[in-house]
Design a protein around this ligand. Structure first.
Ligand code: ATP
Length: 319
């Protein structure tokens, strides 16, 4: 049996139409996605903001009903057998508001253990184990409101492990964390899969995170899965290409060479990236200079998952 099975899943959201036109229009956030996740696998949904990652997680964790299609977790249908699914999974949702800030870390976990009917003795043992695992045992009696963002996220992960779930869903687990906290969280996620045998489905828009952690990655864009493979398999799509990254000031807005804008920094510098024939490099520079742009650097880079995304969509993940 697979840990997760998703078949032709669609989700429509009603669009807000201003009064007096009360006609409802629909926005297709998921356009019929299908994938499976094996038990013990660390599976990533990688995609830009608004791609449909959170919608997928909400459906799989029974928080949202799909419009059509089928989703099963551990063999149980997420609509017809939602209760069975809920017992065996848990979720670390995006954002920090899933804990009680006026309670201590220990009190939070004791409360959530009681929701899952974990017997008192067992709960005490598990809470100690989890707080030690996430490095918060020494701070267990501090109020959560005094925790840093990284500590809150570690506690949110401990909270999500309180019912010893077989499948753990993590929505953007390192979003907004400082570098050290993000490293801690990623190491923790790896340990959960490698040492504890958990199945993890995580969403991220950080390519390096997906690449470092995931056994397999589904790249999702505009509600569709546009590629699904191991990180190595995905990178094969761009392995023979010369990937060029150009830093430019006063970027004219487009270029005929198919390079994507991967970030526009505040000081007016734009970073372009994409596959380019070597002989086109001087032509690109000439094109930019003619349009009054200032080319600051041109570098040949090792292909990454970002290049796979650019190749498939013509856009940068961070754009
Ligand atoms: N309740 C809602 N009503 C209407 N539209 C919604 C609703 N929730 C999400 N959407 C839209 O559906 C699309 C997918 O949203 P979703 O949150 O699943 O994306 P995402 O990939 O998780 O991105 P993000 O990382 O920004 O959350 C977006 O265009 C979003 O604006």
């Amino acid at each position: 049996m697979k840990a997760i099975e998703v078949r032709n899943l669609k989700k429509l959201y009603p669009k807000k139409i201003p009064l007096p036109f009360r006609k409802v229009e629909w926005f297709e956030a998921l356009k019929g996605i299908s994938f499976t996740v094996k038990k013990g696998e660390l599976f990533g949904l990688l995609g830009p903001n608004g791609a449909g990652k959170t919608t997928t997680i909400k459906i799989l964790t029974t928080l949202l009903e799909p419009t059509s299609g089928e989703a099963k977790v551990l063999g149980h249908d997420v609509i017809r057998e939602a209760g069975e699914v809920r017992k065996r999974i848990n979720l670390v949702a995006e954002g920090e508001r899933t804990l009680y800030w006026r309670l201590t870390a220990y009190e939070n976990l004791r409360y959530f253990a009681s929701i899952y009917y974990v017997p008192k003795r067992e709960a005490e043992r598990r809470i100690e184990e989890l707080l030690k695992m996430v490095g918060l045992w020494e701070r267990r009696n501090d109020l959560v409101m005094n925790y840093s963002r990284g500590m809150k996220q570690r506690l949110a992960i401990a909270k999500a492990l309180i019912n010893d779930p077989e499948v753990l869903f993590l929505d953007e687990p390192t979003l907004g964390l400082d570098v050290q906290s993000a490293i801690f969280v990623r190491e923790l996620v790896k340990r959960l899969v490698e040492d504890e045998g958990k199945t993890v489905l995580l969403t991220t828009h950080y390519m390096h995170e997906a690449e470092e952690l995931c056994d397999r990655i589904a790249i999702i864009d505009h509600g569709k899965i546009i590629a699904l493979d191991t990180p190595e398999g995905l990178k094969k799509l761009v392995k023979d290409e010369t990937i060029v990254e150009v830093r430019v000031r006063n970027y004219p807005g487009d270029n005929p060479f198919g390079l994507a804008k991967v970030s526009s920094e505040e000081n007016g510098i734009t970073v372009l990236r994409g596959s380019l024939d070597e002989e086109d490099i001087p032509k690109l520079v000439e094109f930019l200079v003619k349009r009054n742009a200032k080319v600051l650097s041109v570098e040949v880079k090792e292909p990454t998952l970002e290049d796979v995304f650019i190749k498939l969509t013509g856009r940068g993940l961070r754009d």
